[in-house]
Design a protein around this ligand. Structure first.
Ligand SMILES: Cc1cc2nc3c(=O)[nH]c(=O)nc-3n(C[C@H](O)[C@H](O)[C@H](O)COP(=O)(O)O)c2cc1C
Ligand code: SF4
Length: 454
């Protein structure tokens, strides 16, 4: 059923060219020309797999329509969100289809240069990508394209597209103000307010796509839009590479058809719940509201999750069972976001840190109704004037847990202790293989200034 995650890893250019897609995507794009290639991606209905589900063809068309002569393409393989391992699974399984997707995107947009960004820590995945680029250049598949694999920092914000451009330019992962299609790579400073305009070249509109999004591209271009629409739903065509971790039997990552129910995904990808346990809550990463046990039959599709007031994000599902304390879950996710917040926007760093402190007090049993009120107050302001979406993630996640599990907060206040004590791990994944997930335990020692304690 799947086509992105091959059963046997594609670990040489010969193996990729031996498939019925390898090399044919680029050849077909060259036959069609840039405009028709973009139209084909639009017709296929591919949506971005980096979290927001933005239509990929529309994004490409918007950048191609800008008059600026200098354009860039960036493949986002930073994968820093807890509960997600699908990009590394794709890089391990087949780096060639990613590189071919990047080459097609660069051709369609007339890009000067392309960058594939991964964390420095992803050594194995990085080596595979570097080899794939070298082999494809040597074979003449991208003989004249400039393509660089960039090794970035461990921070969650590295994956944010405006921060990613800063990293490519040699800076820290701090999001700039304007999106990449307005303020692209190596562009002159845009005129903002009264700040002196340093002038410089144009906007250099830059395309940022997730590596899973780009992995779909050679298949679509080689096989056509109708073929792609043969799977999934009308609004969410294709497949998605889902990660399932947490209180499941065998944490895993696998390709599923979009529209499959969340219940089935938990079963197919994570092996179902541990004996005697039931699902209490599912977090689609840290960027969307929590899904509760009553909604497990929701289809894993953009419109399905929207209908229940959530979002599939990057299809990384963190499953918690009936023994979980939801105040503790809210506290730990809030802590992750507050630590990773860069502080360029005071409401985001101050608000998420304050919310985290109040949640901790409630969880530890010393909280009062004032703590709850303070949380609600900060939730209304934590997004004020923000440069990026992280503050909204904090707002959406904590608000959703407060709404769905209010009684657990009141229980903590009344009892003066946690009724379900159990140390919940933050599933920031270092590895996921053969049913075993390895979490980054060091994260618990990360401080708000991004240094590490003992
Ligand atoms: C805090 C934060 C972290 C993000 N991390 C990632 C990431 O690791 N990988 C990714 O593809 N997108 C990430 N995104 C989304 C990107 O900014 C961007 O929307 C995405 O790469 C676009 O690709 P797509 O259109 O193919 O989905 C993040 C966004 C935010 C706000
Ligand atoms: S919203 Fe938060 S994480 Fe994003 S730039 Fe502002 S302070 Fe940094």
């Amino acid at each position: 059923m799947g086509f992105l995650l091959a059963d046997d890893p594609v670990d040489s250019l010969d193996a990729w060219l031996a498939t019925d897609v390898g090399g044919l995507g680029v050849a077909r794009a060259q036959e069609l020309g840039p405009e028709a290639t973009i139209a084909l991606v639009e017709a296929a209905g591919l949506r971005g797999r980096g979290g927001a589900g933005f239509p990929t063809g529309r994004k490409w068309a918007g950048i191609a329509a800008q008059r600026d002569a200098v354009r860039y393409v960036v493949a986002n393989g930073a994968e820093g969100e807890p509960g997600t391992f699908k990009d590394r699974a794709l890089m391990r399984a087949n780096p060639y289809q990613i590189v071919e997707g990047v080459i097609i995107a660069s051709f369609a947009l007339g890009a000067r240069e392309a960058f594939i960004c991964v964390k420095e820590r992803f050594e194995r995945e990085r080596a595979g990508l570097v080899r794939a680029v070298q082999e494809m250049q040597a074979a003449g598949i991208c003989a004249d394209c400039r393509l660089t694999v960039v090794a970035g920092p461990d921070e969650y914000l590295f994956g944010e597209e405006k921060a990613m451009l800063e990293v490519i330019e040699g800076n820290d992962p701090l999001p700039r103000w304007l999106p990449p299609y307005i303020h692209g790579l190596y562009a002159g400073e845009p005129q903002l307010g009264w700040q002196a305009h340093t002038g410089g070249s144009g906007a250099n509109p830059t395309l940022v796509n997730n590596v899973e999004t780009l992995s779909n591209v050679p298949h679509i271009v080689a096989r056509g839009a109708e073929w792609f629409r043969g799977r999934g739903t009308a609004q969410s065509p294709g497949t998605v590479v889902a990660t399932v971790v947490g209180d499941v039997r065998a944490p895993g990552v696998a390709e599923v058809e979009l529209g499959t129910s969340l219940r089935a995904v938990i079963h197919q990808v994570g092996g179902g719940m541990r004996p005697g346990r039931t699902v209490k809550a599912v977090f689609p990463g840290v960027a969307n509201p929590v899904v509760t046990a009553g909604d497990l039959d929701v289809p894993v599709s953009y419109e399905g999750f929207e209908a229940i007031g959530s979002g599939i994000g990057s299809a990384g599902f963190i499953v918690y069972d009936d023994g979980t304390c939801m105040v503790d879950a809210a506290y730990r996710f809030s802590r992750f976001l507050s630590i990773e917040s860069c502080g360029q926007c005071p409401p985001c760093k101050l608000g998420s840190s304050a919310i985290t402190e109040h949640l901790e007090r409630i969880e530890l049993g010393s909280g009062t109704a004032d703590d709850l009120q303070a949380i609600v107050g900060w939730l209304a302001r934590v997004t004020d004037g923000n440069r990026c979406f992280l503050g909204v993630e904090e707002q959406q996640l904590v608000t959703s847990v407060l709404r769905a599990f209010e009684s657990e907060f009141l229980e903590h206040l009344a009892a003066g202790r946690c009724p379900r004590p159990r140390r919940l791990p933050i599933p920031k994944l270092l590895d996921l293989d053969a049913g075993t997930a390895t979490y980054d335990e060091r994260f618990w020692h990360k401080r708000p200034d991004w240094s590490y304690g003992a």
